[in-house]
Design a binder for this molecule. Structure first.
Ligand code: F6P
Length: 564
């Protein structure tokens, strides 16, 4: 079915109502302190639960009535219709003419037969690949799958980049306490040879298994690293005398130490990996939406199939919540709308994501691809220019480290930076410092930061501390700096799946308001193309050098003069 052109949100009465609401707020004066004082039920009205996550929006720059305006805008841009189109496999990725079906990756087996897209039973296909991965992972975990010299695998090395790396590495780091098979993982992504050199350091080729992950199986970085890994494996096995140099033994070594994940099984075979050791997925899974597909194979090996099923169930719980909760009370949609609110009305250019959980230290990096590759666009899905600002910059670091680095700017800088604060009530590593529970000390910081950002500190409060007058201005905190608190019981496979799905649908909600195809990424192509043209000029090709612009030529000459 043809996809309708986007609705220009900015020309709707619902947008005008939000604009008026924003102006009214500015005229009246934004004061979270006042809003809390005026409405004793503010927190209750602005707190929500979705699956296992709890959300407090009371320290956002909204009033309870703002939520109704958000819901109205969601209806005006037909967010419900577009959600249905996405979930049912319509080709909403119009520039690539593809369905967008990451929600199908986590549908339960009982949904087999319920989603037929382009003649395929999608859930059945998904479950078949999962079962194949689970069988493989069980063998590696139990030691039934062994390296070419008969040793058990101890390390899996995932080779991929972008969506074929950021999701798996983030989840691996987040769930480390749940690794239960004595197998660790490493992740190689950068084409910079330093990356693979450091990641392979100390590994034993006899106990190392490579998983080459590439949706297209054409990505320069991944194929280059995979070839380097193959050389490292074969040279290592040969030089230690573990294998002889015969073609047969080399092929056997590759088949025991390399598996692949791709939609391009022909490319996998050409690389020399046995298609029997390849796990497929489909072009309706975007790279940055793929961690819950075969792209997560390293995670299944490290954490086990049961844990991976819990992970999928977390995604599914949020998928169901998002699709089935009325817009008037749908916190996932509210968070998407909040981002629109801050980006388009408050003109916020960036958005911080601040996990108060060290295990989530790669979560902001993961979100950077999810959010910015999806919504960093200037044209809408019909090719027309966007009608308002899009894609804010997402960034962040775990608390409390960020507090001692960049929070100064969030507290007292001249720009508004909405921030999501994420924490969990329990830790797998309880600790005491004397009588003090260290996790509670940590949570004290989580709570203190959003409080300081919301309510600030007045000149009177500063003076009351005996501060000399000249220093008072520097110590004032204006407050009214918006934050959303996300709280959970425990960070585990399920709640992590929920968190990821939450942000996927936030991105989708924003993209729908802006009329963007959040599932293509043409903006990364030009650089790739130029790299192919420029690379020959670097070493010696003077003709290629002469074809470059003056700046590129000058930089290449610098390189040639300095290389040794
Ligand atoms: O260059 C961007 C991109 O296409 C991402 O969208 C993707 O996640 C990444 O490259 C890796 O692509 P592949 O999985 O095909 O190697």
């Amino acid at each position: 079915m043809a996809i309708n052109p986007p609705i220009d949100a900015t020309t709707t009465p619902e947008w005008a109502a939000l604009q008026q609401h924003y102006l009214d707020m500015q005229n009246e004066g934004i004061s979270l302190k006042q809003w809390f004082a005026d409405d004793p039920e503010r927190v209750e009205k602005l707190s929500f639960d979705a699956a296992d996550l709890h959300f407090d929006l009371s320290k956002d720059l909204i009033k309870p009535e703002t939520l109704k305006l958000f819901a109205d805008l969601a209806k005006a841009v037909k967010l419900d219709e577009r959600t249905k189109q996405m979930y049912s496999g319509e080709h909403i990725n119009v520039t690539e003419d593809r369905a967008v079906l990451h929600t199908a990756l986590r549908r339960p087996a009982s949904d087999e037969g319920k989603l037929i897209v382009d003649g395929q039973d999608v859930v059945k296909d998904v479950r078949e690949v999962l079962e194949k991965i689970y069988t493989f992972a069980r063998k590696v975990r139990s030691g039934e799958w062994r390296g070419v010299t008969g040793k058990k695998i101890q390390t899996v090395v995932n080779i991929g980049i972008g969506g074929s790396d950021l999701g798996p590495v983030m989840v691996y780091e987040a769930l480390k306490p749940y690794a239960d098979a004595g197998i660790s993982a490493r992740y190689v992504s950068n084409i910079d040879p330093n990356d693979i050199a450091e990641k392979l350091r100390g590994l034993d080729p006899e106990t190392t298994l490579f998983i080459v992950v590439s949706k297209t199986f054409t990505t320069l970085e991944t194929l280059t690293n995979a070839r380097e890994a193959r050389t490292w494996l074969l040279d290592g096995l040969r030089s230690s005398g573990a294998i002889d140099g015969s073609e047969e033994k080399r092929a056997e070594a590759v088949s025991k130490h390399f598996v692949a994940v791709s939609t391009n099984l022909k490319g996998v075979e050409e690389f020399g990996i046995d298609p029997a050791n390849a796990f497929g997925f489909w072009n309706w899974v975007g790279g940055r939406y793929s961690v819950d597909s075969a792209v997560g194979t390293s995670l299944v090996v490290v954490f086990g199939p049961e844990r991976f099923e819990e992970f999928l169930s977390g995604f599914h719980a949020i998928d169901e919540y998002f699709a089935n909760t009325p817009f008037e009370e749908n916190v996932v949609e509210f968070m998407g709308m909040l981002n629109v609110w801050y980006r388009n009305f408050f003109k916020a250019a960036s958005h911080a994501v601040l996990p108060y959980d060290q295990y989530l230290h790669r979560f902001p990096a993961y979100l950077q691809q999810l959010t910015m590759e999806s919504n960093g666009k200037s044209v809408r899905w019909d090719g027309s220019p966007v009608t308002t600002e899009t894609g804010e910059i997402f960034w962040g670091e775990p608390g409390t480290n960020g507090q001692h680095a960049f929070y100064q700017l969030i507290h007292q800088g001249t720009q508004i930076i909405p921030a999501d604060f994420i924490a969990f009530a329990n830790t797998p590593n309880p600790a005491k410092d004397g009588d003090q529970d260290v996790h509670e000390l940590f949570l004290g910081n989580y709570l203190a930061q959003t409080k300081a950002l919301a309510f600030g500190k007045t000149a009177e409060e500063v003076r009351a501390e005996g501060t000399s007058e000249a220093i008072v201005p520097a110590r004032i905190f204006t407050g009214n700096r918006p934050t959303t608190s996300i709280f959970g019981d425990t960070l585990n496979a399920k709640t992590l799946g929920e968190l990821i799905a939450l942000y996927e649908h936030i991105v989708f909600t924003q993209g729908t308001v802006w009329g963007i195809d959040s599932f293509d990424q043409w903006g990364v192509e030009l650089g790739k193309q130029l790299a192919r043209q420029i690379t020959p000029a670097i070493s010696q090709d003077d003709e290629a050098l002469a074809a470059q612009d003056a700046s590129t030529q000058s930089l290449i000459r610098y390189y040639r003069a300095h290389r040794h």
